[in-house]
Design a binder for this molecule. Structure first.
Ligand SMILES: *Cc1c(COP(=O)(O)O)cnc(C)c1O
Length: 366
């Protein structure tokens, strides 16, 4: 049976990226030595690092005044690295989910945190709209896509202070105006690669401000962005051993996005189509209802539950879907029901199969 992977992360990756990685694990760059066994100081590897950065720049039109870093520790490590480096006095956070809440919690270790708005009152089913960003904050932190609840800030906001965004689960799903942000970060394992590498896109002038923090100066070497964002291109993200295999898969995934798909605008079109296909079915099908506010619906993660009065069919639908090859559609325990993540590498065919499965289930219960 064909398996359709709707996992929220780690998740589906392009087949092409997997195949070329398998080949590189056997024989990297014609060296006769496998990817998992090479030194990260080999010329071939330095080329992959440089190319991967360039792919990011090409795909997102990242201006020269930004550096692109590949670190370890996941998005969760950025939750404390961001404030450790740039929180001098006060930071503002928009609390749109537990990831955002966790980020704010770490920031409190370094200074004052102003949570300008939260949607926790309604299980994070919407994005708060009316709030004021304090002009004296060192930065404003947002989570653009709330993986667990299926809500998304789908535009690049104007912000009076440095804007910092956790884009773990919607990076490269749509065009982004990088100039609106001071820092963009995320774990790779939702849309750009496997677990093990974290991307950080940082405006270089920010680096000059590090060290003005009052609480913990100097920073531990690995925590300081300046350790990784150095002038010598050969040493960017190479202070210590980078996660070589994860970066390689990211390289292959970005190449697929650029060359096979044709870039971020193209994938955005495809993503919107996939997303509409599923939301249309959630809205049409009498057995199901969506959980996120319509105007804030994510094009990556789609959450729905059984319609009122149909709750007792939940386990039956789960088994029904599983028997038809649907993998990873169980909703997060805080929301319940179902969640389907339609990341870049999820084919339209998978969404069509899921929609058909929902329709057949409805037929059974007419
Ligand atoms: C998955 C996720 C995280 C956590 O990422 P790790 O790399 O596991 O630390 C943080 N933020 C968002 C929005 C996520 O989806």
């Amino acid at each position: 049976m064909k398996a359709y992977n709707f996992n929220a992360g780690p998740c589906v990756l392009p087949k092409e990226a997997i195949e070329s990685t398998i080949e590189a694990i056997r024989n990297f760059d014609g060296t006769g030595i496998g990817l998992l066994e090479i030194s990260h100081r080999t010329a071939g590897w330095e080329r992959i690092m440089a190319e991967t950065r360039q792919l990011w720049r090409d795909l997102l039109n990242i201006p020269d005044e930004y550096e692109v870093l590949f670190l370890a520790g996941g998005a969760s490590t950025q939750f404390f690295m961001v404030p450790a480096n740039i929180l001098a006095k006060k930071a503002a956070y928009l609390q749109t989910g537990v990831w955002a809440k966790k980020a704010a919690k770490e920031a409190k270790l370094f200074g004052e945190v102003d949570v300008v708005a939260s949607s926790e009152d309604k299980i994070y089913s919407y994005i708060p709209k009316n709030y004021t960003i304090p002009a004296d904050a060192d930065y404003f932190h947002i989570t653009t896509n709330n993986t667990i609840y299926g809500t998304e800030i789908k535009y690049d906001m104007d912000c009076p202070v440095n804007l910092v965004a956790d884009m773990s689960s919607d990076i490269l799903s749509r065009p982004v105006d990088v100039k609106k942000y001071a820092i963009i970060y995320g774990g790779a394992q939702k849309n750009v690669g496997p677990a093990g590498v974290t991307f950080v896109i940082i405006r270089k002038d920010i680096l000059g401000k590090i060290g003005s923090r009052q609480y913990m100066n100097p920073l531990p070497t690995m925590v300081d962005y300046r350790t990784h964002a150095v002038d010598d291109p050969k040493n960017i993200s190479m202070f210590n051993t980078p996660p070589v295999s994860a970066i390689f898969v990211m390289h292959e995934t970005l190449k697929w996005l650029k060359d096979t798909i044709g870039g971020v605008e193209k994938i955005h079109e495809i993503n919107v189509k996939k997303s509409q296909l599923l939301y249309n079915e959630i809205d049409r099908n009498s057995l199901f209802v969506g959980t996120a506010a319509k105007e804030d619906r994510s094009i990556m993660n789609h959450c729905w539950v059984m319609a009122p009065g149909k709750e007792d069919l939940q386990d039956e639908f789960m088994a029904f879907a599983k028997a038809r090859g649907m993998v990873g559609i169980k909703g997060h325990r805080s929301v319940g029901g179902f969640r389907a993540s339609l990341y870049n590498a999820c084919p339209v065919e998978a969404v069509e199969a899921l929609v058909k499965c929902m329709q057949e289930f409805e037929e059974l219960h007419k």
